[in-house]
Design a protein around this ligand. Structure first.
Ligand code: AMP
Length: 186
């Protein structure tokens, strides 16, 4: 099963992707995690990406394409994957289709987790206290929400137009949301 998970920062997307990954025995591919690891290790990608991440902006598509091509081409992704954090704009959605077409492994389902804004702010301030991510603070969070609304929200329409999108209510307990996602996949 090849699944794309969509949702704003603070929607619980990463948490849900990890649970789905365990449940369905598929690799969880988070571009945010891959980028943060690259920054930690000081790789060329990390060095180039850092300023964008810290500003809450998208890392340029050309840099992301190499990363995603390499990761999706790895043997463990042959059986399927849960993609978390990619695509983030329409150009990336189109590039993903091209990459997956080449691998003869098209996206089968896009799941969007929808959460209201007050809850997003509440969850992100909790995460800031727990994880200390450099981009979970005031101004940067606001910027990430704007980027989501302007650039990432159209990606939902891209998948809706291809009849691949299911929207799931992201309010409630982690377990309840997980059940809704599994239902949306069945
Ligand atoms: P995330 O952990 O998914 O919230 O991603 C954290 C940050 O990494 C984002 O705010 C972006 O700066 C960067 N990032 C992650 N995925 C992408 C992507 N697909 N395209 C561009 N930038 C990304």
């Amino acid at each position: 099963m090849r699944i794309v998970l969509l949702g704003p920062p603070g929607s619980g997307k990463g948490t849900q992707a990890a649970l789905l990954s365990d449940r369905l025995d598929l690799p969880h591919i988070s571009t945010g995690q891959l980028l943060r690891a690259a920054v930690r290790h000081g790789t060329p990608l990390g060095i180039e990406s850092r300023a964008y991440i810290d500003a809450g902006e998208l890392v340029p598509d050309a840099l992301m394409l190499g990363l995603i091509e390499e990761r999706l081409g790895a043997p463990d992704a042959e059986a399927g994957f849960i993609l978390d954090g990619y695509p983030r704009n329409l150009a990336q959605a189109e590039e993903l289709d091209i990459v997956l077409k080449r691998l003869a492994q098209p996206v089968e389902r896009a799941l969007e987790i929808r959460v209201d804004e007050a809850e997003i702010v509440r969850r992100l301030s909790k995460r800031a206290a727990q994880e200390g991510r450099s981009d979970d603070t005031g101004e940067v969070v606001r910027k990430r929400l704007i980027v989501y609304a302007e650039q990432t929200a159209p990606v939902s329409r891209y998948y809706a137009a291809r009849s691949l999108l299911r929207v799931v209510d992201g309010m409630g307990s982690i377990e309840d949301i997980q059940e809704r996602l599994l239902e949306a996949l069945s």
